[in-house]
Design a protein around this ligand. Sequence first.
Ligand SMILES: NC(=O)c1ccc[n+]([C@@H]2O[C@H](COP(=O)([O-])OP(=O)(O)OC[C@H]3O[C@@H](n4cnc5c(N)ncnc54)[C@H](OP(=O)(O)O)[C@@H]3O)[C@@H](O)[C@H]2O)c1
Length: 357
Amino acid sequence: MSTLNWGILGAGNISSQFVHDLLLNNSRNGKIMHIVRSVGSSSQEKGQKFVDSTGITIENNGGVTPSVQSYKEFFTNKSIDVVYIGTPHPFHRKQAIEALENGKHVLCEKPVTVTGESARELIALAKKKNLFFMEAVWTRFFPSIDLIKKYVFQEKVLGDTKRLWVDFGYDAGLDTLPATSRVRDPKLAGGALLDIGVYNITYARILLDTGVGKNASEFDVKSFQTIDENDGVDYVSSMLFKYKSGKHAILSCTNYSSDDGPFLRLEGTKGKLEIWASNPACPKKFKITFKDGTEPIEYEDTTGYNGFIYEANAVAEDIAQGRIENSTMPWDETLLVMDIMDKVRKDSGLQYPMGIE
Ligand SMILES: NC(=O)c1ccc[n+]([C@@H]2O[C@H](COP(=O)([O-])OP(=O)(O)OC[C@H]3O[C@@H](n4cnc5c(N)ncnc54)[C@H](OP(=O)(O)O)[C@@H]3O)[C@@H](O)[C@H]2O)c1
């Protein structure tokens, strides 16, 4: 069994969901042992609370009790192979630089940075240091996505696909959130596009194009954002993509409302694909229905994982094989998506105070 030693940076929401999957994998004797060596946090107390609340024990963590460290100590901790960055977007650039400069591989939460320019800088540094670096677009690694791609592209069960709708609604409870929350605060690059719109784009990239990264097909982008008068960030962003093949993607995201129905519909000449999830970032349940009444195809992920284990295993395999770039989420795909989001913000006049973070 191979082992990967993780350092978890930021004792917050997404880090705890990520760690949940590592521990569940270990307790099920997964083929890779993911060990949490350290939790880097702004406070010892908060970091320890994270260790306790996520339930990290010697039994489910490869016999290791993780350290809780300040950010400074964390980056020089020699037992860490790979850093998982789970802090708000504007901190990713500096933290990824520090991790890479200290010889650590990096898996960085999405959006990898606030701007495409910063993402380019990180990729160049990872190449220079010969270290693994990936934006944590976990959606691409779900088994459901492999299955869907098989049905849509290899078996062509939908016939020719013509339109894709992706509606990422996440009711963030804006009225109850403090203005300093990362969802609301422009200083934390708040708003919907960078936080959740990145998934609308990801689904369009997965379902309308077999190419990824430098093999992507060309497409045009039109977009709108409504900038909130008080907070100065977007709580509604919408985009339209048109591929040369004629396929359209209709993409919209909002922090005002959620919905229980399918958040995604891919329409083909023979039928349609719909995907459901309480969080549209994780495609756990889908259904393909056919115009001619053929028995629908249905799938549900009932493994109990949040879904982070799929990308974590991919990272482990790459690192074990000495690869510094992942083929499912390659660097050029990150840049393609970052450049779209830069353009969408430029076209609507949304500027964050940190500029290039
Ligand atoms: N993959 C997904 O589906 C998904 C879902 C949600 C979020 N995310 C991404 O994950 C990242 C973190 O999101 P989150 O919801 O986990 O955020 P969060 O809980 O608000 O913050 C995560 C941690 O970052 C540090 N932090 C927060 N605000 C900070 C500030 N103002 N200054 C310095 N450090 C701060 C804190 O760590 P310490 O105090 O311990 O240092 C905090 O616990 C974002 O980039 C987001 O886009 C991804």
